[in-house]
Design a protein around this ligand. Structure first.
Ligand code: BGC
Ligand code: BGC
Length: 452
């Protein structure tokens, strides 16, 4: 017998999340400019099966149907992202009214459905023109990003209830610029560090721009997870700690403490770093954690090669990821470790103490290769088990004293899973990509019953 599902506070925010390039499609419509993901996914061999986001879940045209599904689900908030190249096709200069108009309509539709709009400003679809000018390696990108933030803030600030300038700067830095298995496909190793600093600076400048535009409730959606050591040996422990510094604290410390976690790292990023850190640590109303799975790290073995997500780590790094065993795995081959969510939240409350604003889990979810719908049903018991177990673990973290205000399931509908294309399905709602028919999965009905 499992214990009854725990009771969450009455004002706990239940949400679902998505991102522009993963769901919208309509890449050539209404004056949208190119993004780095259009370019990257068009290159042979970059994305599984040659998939691209050109059509995706066609949310650009079907947003009203998707909002109706969210309304019936009963979520209090919908986290979506705004495509910078729709608002400013080249990432700077005049506003493309038709592009911004789409988000104006989406936000109105959400408000009419009684759902709080929660907007991410950058979920990886950098305008190609910005990338051509250096992308996140260039300091100027942070300034352009702040201009874009004020345009959006001024237009939507009266209705958007939660703001996240950035989604997962660690993934853009690591996969986009250090390893090259995500757009823009650069494999620069440690030379990618400026991309981290400039995203963080862009975050801080955007927070200020949003506030100046009258927006409130501003946070971030940052990816975090425990880094476990492969053994109790001194070498493995140090390797795990070094890795955690790079993937967790390099991004959270500047925002929450106004400093880099190691002087060596501060010395490796460009610009007036001390001054920039004041901007980066602009106080937030809340901090959003995206959680999927822990990482297991060992010291580099002789002749060993580190791989992350199939991409080789640059030579010379003192650590290598190891396989986590002993847990169930999703069809994306990720281990299912619910307690890792509790552990992540506990790491944050311990590390930052009173400096930590309220937390939201801005993403958590799993990919299973669900069966096609039969008679309007998609049984997905493993996805139900995933969210059930992660919410129980989150409840434990709250019982231990963490101030967590909400949970956003990744994702509302199936969508374009970046380099893994459409094979991976994270949605509560099944999408048949041939017909664009939506079918709520069993997990949707389960989540609805939890929201109550
Ligand atoms: C996912 C992250 C995950 C990371 C590292 C990425 O593809 O988006 O959530 O933590 O891989 O494992
Ligand atoms: C990202 C999403 C992605 C999910 C699953 C997160 O890292 O924000 O865009 O689809 O993980 O990989």
């Amino acid at each position: 017998m499992t214990d009854p599902f725990p009771t969450f506070p009455a004002d706990f925010l239940w949400g679902a999340a998505s991102a522009s390039y993963q769901v919208e499609g309509a890449v050539d419509e209404d004056g949208r400019g190119r993004s780095v993901w259009d370019t990257f996914s068009a290159e042979p061999g970059r994305v599984v099966d040659g998939d691209t986001g050109a059509v995706a879940a066609d949310h650009y045209h079907r947003y009203a149907e998707d909002v109706a599904l969210l309304r019936d689900l009963g979520v209090g908030a919908y986290r979506f992202s705004i495509a910078w190249p729709r608002v400013q096709p080249d990432g700077s200069g005049p506003v493309n009214e038709a592009g911004l108009g789409f988000y104006d309509r989406l936000v109105d539709e959400l408000c009419a459905a009684g759902i709080a709009p929660a907007a991410t400003l950058f979920h990886w679809d950098t305008p190609q023109a910005i990338e051509d000018a250096g992308g996140w390696l260039s300091r100027d990108t942070a300034e352009r990003f702040a201009d874009y933030a004020s345009i959006v803030g001024e237009r939507l600030g009266d209705r958007v209830r939660m703001w996240m300038p950035l989604n997962e700067p660690v993934v853009v830095t690591m996969f986009g610029y250090a390893l090259g298995n995500h757009a823009p496909g650069r494999a620069l190793g440690f030379e990618a560090l400026p991309a981290a600093h400039h995203q963080l600076l862009g975050h801080g400048l955007a927070v200020r721009a949003l506030r100046a535009a009258g927006c409130s409730s501003i946070g971030i959606a940052s990816n975090h997870a425990p880094v476990w050591a492969a053994s109790g040996s001194e070498e493995d422990t140090q390797a795990a700690s070094a890795y955690s510094t790079l993937v967790n604290w390099l991004f959270a410390d500047p925002v929450l403490r106004g400093e880099y976690p190691a002087p060596e790292l501060a010395a490796m990023v460009p610009g007036p770093v001390v001054e920039d850190l004041k901007t980066i640590s602009e106080p937030l109303d809340w901090f959003g954690i995206n959680y999927y799975r822990p990482t297991l790290i060992g010291a580099l073995t002789d002749g060993g090669e580190g791989h992350v997500e199939g991409a080789m780590l640059p030579p010379g790094l003192p650590f290598e990821p190891r396989e986590i065993t002993g847990y169930p795995r999703t069809d994306f081959d990720w281990p299912v470790v619910p307690d890792g969510l509790r552990e992540t939240v506990a790491l944050f409350t311990e590390r930052y103490g009173d400096a930590l604003p309220p937390l939201y889990i801005t993403e958590s979810g799993c990919s299973y290769h669900d069966p096609d719908p039969v008679d309007g049903r998609v049984p997905d018991p493993d996805r139900i088990a995933y969210h059930d177990a992660h919410l129980r673990a989150l409840h434990q973290a709250m019982a231990d004293g963490a101030d967590v205000r909400g949970y956003f399931a990744w994702s509302a509908t199936d969508n374009f899973e970046w380099a893994a294309g459409y094979r991976e399905r994270f949605g509560l709602v099944h999408v048949d990509y041939a017909t664009q028919r939506r079918t709520p999965k069993d997990s949707y009905h389960w989540y609805k019953s939890i929201i109550g």
